[in-house]
Ligand binder design. Sequence first.
Ligand code: CAA
Length: 384
Amino acid sequence: MNFQLSEEHLMIQRAARDFAQNECLPGVIERDEKQQFPREQIMKLAELGFLGMMVDPKYGGSGLDTISYVLAMEEISKVDASVSVCMSVNNSLVCYGLEAYGSEEQKQKYLTPLAHGLKDGELYTGAFLLSEPEAGSDATSQRTTAEDKGDYYLLNGTKNWITNGGTASVYLVIAQTNPELGPKGINVLIVEKNWPGVVVAAKENKLGIRASDTHTILFNDVKVPKENRIGEDGFGFKFAMKTLAGGRIGIASQALGIASGAYELALAYSKTRKAFGTEIANHQVIAFKLADMATKIEASRLLCLRAAFEKDQMKDYTLSSSMAKVFASETAMWTTTEAVQIHGGYGFVKEYHVERLMRDAKITQIYEGTSEVQRIVISRTILK
Ligand code: CAA
């Protein structure tokens, strides 16, 4: 057992912190208000090698471990969770899925530019298309169909709440091919956004992570070549579950960052703001809130790092990633709400950042598996 981060880990953490402070903090309030996608920041993330952090350098990645990813996600999410969700989806849902289960041709063609985050000098990212109007938590109820037409699939359907939906170049689409086989009839297909029949529909007007790019995507008779199916026929649901286990480490780390960002602001504020003749941190009612925040955040961090460690050790991390996600996201919601409370009236206005962090925290309890879904995964595992 060793709780020490390596020199390399500390270097990544510093780089992410500098990036967050220098590139994300300026304009974060305005981007949130205007729902303006942080393109410039994401381009810089690509230059830093943070869009394919864990991908093998032979496919254009940075070859780092999952611990580094958690550290970077925490630092960036402290400041701008709209930037970090784009980073998380590209790293853990798209690049990981392709690297772990894609064919050599698929890796050469798609993974390499996705891990760079750039192609021909332009932003090149991916999105993960599982959720549908009537298939959120109940993910096996896929209505999108991928009809087997011999040498291609004919794709039809609607996908909802897709992160990077309008800006991504490549979609990993989960769709039903053989409904009579249930989850075993589901496939995952690589679809290029600019193919005929792909429609980027409405952009969502969201409570939080407002600068991230979330769309409905429609498929109308899209022809997908057979070689763009990932894995064997019927592998799509298992692919989604396995990939989401890693994605949940990313979102847990995002929640951790949102919580620690709010905690740091509340701590600093409570040491300067005076009430009843002293700094408010000297009132036990505030000091105890800070103590509980610090404790829950540290527990979240350890859960995230443990899940990352298990992934790096090639162990089964399904349980640990669900535990990290449910605990960190609930910590983020509680901590940010208390941070607003500590700031009082100032917490309710945009300039103090904590109201945005509170709005951003909510989604971490919903996407990549709600808190209820995490409890399904955890309880099924421990009761098995
Ligand atoms: N690894 C491998 N296989 C798995 C698995 C896992 N972790 N979990 C389930 N499976 C397999 C099961 O073994 C089963 O296969 P067999 O019949 O061969 O045994 C098959 O998948 C079906 O599994 P279940 O019977 O357990 O399915 P279920 O209907 O009870 O659902 C669930 C399980 C955990 C609730 C799942 O549906 C789930 O995770 N739902 C949430 C979906 C989700 O996270 N959506 C997020 C959308 S993506 C997103 O948010 C991205 C973004 O843009 C930010």
